[in-house]
Design a protein. Structure first.
Length: 102
């Protein structure tokens, strides 16, 4: 569609249909978190990423307890301690900002 509009000289007239009239900026960043503790990544994500799962399982419940134990086990394996005893957790963040000219 963009190519057809360009070939017919209609790009400016259809520009709003193509971009919705907004400017979009997107970027990603990775923050290396140095964490301490026995299972620091599980602790770090426990009140955020894990919370919806625990609520869906009806915490407190046997299923929620089993799920959390399995999650903590898998996270400890995926994020082992370094030789200095710390654990590195690469926290990925995605940012999106849209602006619309007045």
């Amino acid at each position: 569609m963009v190519d057809a509009a360009e070939e017919l000289g209609l790009s400016e007239r259809v520009a709003g249909a193509v971009d919705g009239g907004v400017e979009l900026d997107m970027w990603a960043a990775v923050y290396a978190q140095v964490l301490e503790g026995d299972n620091p990544v599980a602790d770090f994500t426990g009140s955020t990423a894990l919370r919806p799962y625990m609520e869906a399982l009806g915490e407190p419940s046997t299923e929620a307890t089993q799920f959390e134990q399995k999650y903590r086990e898998m996270i400890a394996t995926a994020y082992p301690k370094q030789s200095d005893g710390n654990t590195i957790f690469n926290l990925k963040r995605f940012f999106v900002v849209t602006t619309k000219p007045l």
